[in-house]
Design a protein around this ligand. Structure first.
Ligand SMILES: [Zn+2]
Ligand SMILES: [Zn+2]
Length: 256
């Protein structure tokens, strides 16, 4: 696998030096990145001062309390998201997951790295990065795990350890795309496990989209049962509406 890592590094270095087209507007951009205009368009809502839940990053609007976290206390401690799952950022997720443009994972990891570095409170310095594992069926369908591609690139950018084996799937589970919140919670119950003790470790779980938070909750339960001191969620996109409002949507984060 070492040659794959070298090839990946070489491609990244080469891309960063070449003039290229923006992944959204086809205007000029550097090194497979978004142009300045599209970068701002994708990240502007996350950078605005609109109040958000400090745990799951849901936009609160006029509410004082996060309806998602109030209804079901999450096992994770905090989420950092690069952008809201809304136009035009949702198109980037679609291209990664549905059109299988796995090369866009590096650019998306760059957006998430910016969000992690700007986060206050900061991600613990010792945090280890772990991707949410895909089902075998999804890997066969796509040929790769989008969360793992993003996590690997993010770990390199942040110079943090990358340990994909810390979270394992115990069974295949069901595709969550058509499930509502309650059904999603049931479907991921005890779905994930941790094969080793993690006494006092700080873990950052990387995923593409946070919708209901049920997957991240289930992964965090497994990690905390293994002794993790804290579990952070690092996600590319956060759905901007409450989980209830998202029940009717085709689950962006559940196409795994
Ligand atoms: Zn652009
Ligand atoms: Zn919340």
């Amino acid at each position: 696998m070492a040659y794959l890592h070298v090839l990946r590094e070489f491609t990244h270095t080469l891309l960063a030096r070449l003039p290229a087209v923006c992944g959204l507007c086809q205007g000029s951009a550097r090194g497979g990145q978004l142009c300045r205009y599209c970068h701002q368009a994708v990240t502007q809502t996350m950078l605005s001062s609109a109040p958000r839940c400090p745990v799951c990053q849901l936009v609160l609007g006029r509410r004082n309390v996060c309806p998602d976290c109030a209804r079901h206390t999450p096992a994770f401690d905090r989420v950092i998201a690069a952008f809201d799952y809304a136009a035009p950022g949702d198109l980037l997720i679609h291209r990664l997951k549905v059109q299988r443009q796995f090369t866009s994972a590096s650019m998306l990891a760059g957006l998430l790295a910016d969000a992690v570095q700007a986060s206050r409170p900061a991600l613990p310095a010792q945090a280890v990065l772990v991707p949410v594992p895909s089902s075998r069926a999804a890997i066969l369908r796509r040929g790769f795990n989008p969360a793992a591609e993003v996590a690997h690139s993010l770990a390199r950018r942040l110079q943090r350890p990358y340990r994909p084996g810390l979270v394992l799937r115990r069974r295949e589970g069901v595709k969550q795309a058509q499930l509502g919140r309650a059904a999603r919670m049931r479907s991921v119950q005890a779905l994930y496990g941790c094969p080793q003790r993690l006494q006092g470790a700080h873990i950052a779980v990387v995923d593409d989209v946070l919708t209901t938070g049920s997957t991240l909750h289930s992964v965090a339960q497994a990690l905390k049962s293994a002794g993790a001191a804290s579990v952070w969620g690092l996600v590319l996109a956060r759905t901007p509406s409450s989980a209830d409002a998202c029940e009717a949507l085709p689950g962006p984060g559940s196409l795994r």
